[in-house]
Design a protein around this ligand. Structure first.
Ligand code: GLU
Length: 280
């Protein structure tokens, strides 16, 4: 009898300690499946897009997407120190979510039907437009001027796809892994123009090292509705992120992030979109 009681107690203690261990381990390697605790959350951003997602020389991250992601993670229960930033280049985003490398992605990620086959989106949280960046003295002023010219964009982007499908199928399109490589090619004269979202191009043009060298054509060649990407089927996270984005706008934090990140580049952004309101 006495022995039985001891065994029962030991069993209970063992169960309790196993439960505690299970909680601890799911927290510590959370890409994250729940709210904060002591664990980390992995978030996908761009590392080379000034004003949106930029890894700075001191190793910290800055930009509008970084601020949106930090706010969203906060609402999911994670402090900034619990965020692990992961670079998700344009062509890697769907796979990174499918593999579970990251919990969500805020990386100038346009919502479209093709991508919705593979991932789910919360948002949108920003509306941008495809545009062209050219040298200050360039005569390229509209999309038809691109035919026969050397143009740079990024693999896996809507910008590259739009050029091939409709905007300038006869342009000589070169595709790189990131926009920073395209900007270097524009500066060296290897290409005549870079095309992607105006939000991204404005950020590059305003960098000290490029000041006065480039201009945006100011063409609204497409509507790019930025969403927060999550793994296909994770509707619970989509709902939580939508609530977080709504709060970011209503609390004024969205406008603060816009002013801080787009102000220096003089980027005239569109007003905050409503959740689910996709501009075609
Ligand atoms: N927003 C566009 C896209 O999602 C272009 C920018 C990017 O490549 O991230 O493809």
């Amino acid at each position: 009898m006495k022995l039985r009681k001891v065994t029962a107690f030991a069993t209970t203690a063992l169960v309790l300690s196993l439960a505690a261990t299970a909680c601890g381990s799911s927290d510590s390697n959370d890409s994250g499946s729940g709210s904060g605790g002591g664990g980390k959350i992995k978030v996908g951003i761009k590392f080379d897009q000034p004003g949106l997602g930029l890894k700075q020389p001191d190793g910290t991250y800055a930009g509008f997407d970084v601020d949106v992601a930090t706010y969203v993670a906060g609402q999911l229960g994670y402090k900034p120190s619990q965020i692990e930033w992961v670079e998700t280049k344009s062509a890697d985003r769907e796979n990174a979510l499918a593999r579970g490398d990251v919990k969500f992605i805020a990386a100038t990620y346009s919502i479209n039907d093709e991508r919705k086959q593979k991932v789910d989106f919360a948002g949108p949280y920003l509306l941008a437009h495809q545009d062209l960046l050219v040298k200050k003295d360039s005569t390229i002023a509209q999309a038809t001027d691109l035919n026969g010219k050397n143009l740079c964009s990024v693999t896996g982007s809507t910008s590259a796809q739009n050029i091939k499908d409709k905007i300038a199928p006869k342009a000589n399109l070169r595709e790189n892994a990131g926009y920073s490589e395209c900007i270097a090619a524009l500066q060296s004269g290897a290409v005549d123009a870079v095309t992607t979202d105006d939000s991204i191009l404005a950020g590059f043009a305003a960098q000290d090292k490029f000041k006065g060298q480039f201009k945006l054509a100011g063409l609204k060649l497409s509507n790019e509705n930025y969403g927060v990407g999550v793994k296909k089927g994770d509707s619970a996270t989509v709902t939580k992120i939508n609530t977080a984005l709504e709060k970011m706008v209503s609390s004024g934090a969205w406008q603060t992030a816009v002013t801080k990140n787009f102000g220096p580049a003089g980027y005239k952004n569109e007003p905050a979109p409503k959740i689910g309101d996709i501009v075609k």
